[in-house]
Write a protein that binds this ligand. Structure first.
Ligand SMILES: Cc1cc2nc3c(=O)[nH]c(=O)nc-3n(C[C@H](O)[C@H](O)[C@H](O)COP(=O)(O)OP(=O)(O)OC[C@H]3O[C@@H](n4cnc5c(N)ncnc54)[C@H](O)[C@@H]3O)c2cc1C
Length: 276
């Protein structure tokens, strides 16, 4: 931030929103990504750390996560560890090394890495996002992920909400090394119920993939193939193969287009098998 002249530290969301209307002014959460980028357009930052938006709590039938909650707090939260096989806590732990986890926040990470594993698990768990601009808007998570960063410049994301339903979930990733950023990731969430015939049946299946597009995305074809079905080997195989349907990832030095599509199949299969 080569032209930075002012740092504001408001104590209310209203005050922060007012400051963000000034040209050249952006929100700063943990600051890890913002400070690393030499942006010439930023003249003032609004530090969000005194807004009281660091919390994880149960509220009105949902789990509410404040926007400035750090990755470390997500990774250590007993509420999140007990929910959906702890996939949010796992994703937060794996999103960054320990120094960045203590500084980087949930919303800063989602804006910086909309196809990262935190985005993937929150999409699979049906998260919603609260955005404050003039009024209060609640946005579906997929819409938030595809919102360009520039549109959030004079708005504030204040909270992520998750339904209290506690599905089973599995997060699967492939990376060059265990601690490296995943190339492709898949999270499958579902209720696994017993039928009258004592079979297991998958309900409310949600599958999200990362590393196969600009942002994390739902995989609706395998979701439909699994919904209401007993997750036996042929059903899982059929669903997994559908995971590559409609994907047009961008290949790079970490993984070609074909590799990313094939990994979507492999990781979906692994995740559903783990749930079943
Ligand atoms: C060395 C390094 C290695 C990294 N490795 C990885 C990795 O392996 N995997 C990975 O996923 N990520 C990685 N990252 C990215 C890292 O996760 C992000 O830098 C960090 O999580 C961003 O969070 P923050 O709170 O510091 O965001 P900030 O830097 O404060 O903000 C990032 C952006 O989000 C906006 N913003 C933040 N909060 C809000 C809000 N509440 N409302 C509106 N706008 C907001 C800011 O204006 C800014 O544009 C790495 C970063 C660095 C510097």
């Amino acid at each position: 931030m080569l032209n930075l002249r002012e740092i504001h530290k408001p104590t209310t969301v209203e005050e922060a929103l007012k400051l963000l209307q000034q040209p050249g002014t952006v929100a700063m959460a943990g600051g890890t990504e913002l400070l690393a980028r030499a942006r010439r357009d930023v003249e003032a930052v609004v530090d969000l750390s005194a807004l009281g938006l660091s919390y994880i709590r149960e509220s009105s039938g949902a789990i509410a996560i404040g926007a400035t909650t750090t990755l470390a707090a997500l990774a250590e939260s007993p509420i999140l560890r007990a929910m959906a096989n702890g996939v949010i806590a796992q994703a937060a732990h794996r999103s960054a090394g320990s120094v960045l986890r203590n500084q980087g926040t949930v919303v800063g990470t989602l804006i910086t890495e909309p196809d990262g594993i935190l985005a993937v698990v929150l999409l699979a768990l049906d998260a919603q996002v609260t955005i404050r601009r003039n009024g209060l808007t609640t946005t579906a998570f997929a819409d938030f992920l595809s919102t360009p960063e520039s549109l959030l410049n004079n708005a504030l994301v204040t909270e992520i909400r998750l339904p209290m339903a506690n599905p089973r979930a599995s997060l699967q990733t492939v990376a060059r090394t265990p601690s490296d950023k995943p190339i492709v990731s898949a999270c499958v969430a579902a209720q696994i119920l017993r039928s009258a015939q004592n079979d297991t049946v998958a309900r409310d299946v949600r599958i999200a993939l990362g590393g196969v597009g600009e942002a994390a995305m739902r995989a609706s074809a395998p979701e439909k193939a699994l919904e209401g079905q007993s997750p036996n080997d042929p059903t899982i195989e059929n669903a997994a193969h559908l995971a590559r349907e409609g994907l047009s990832p961008r290949g790079d030095f970490r993984g070609s287009v074909e590799y990313r599509k094939e990994m979507a199949v492999v990781l979906t299969r692994r995740a559903v098998k783990e749930l079943a």
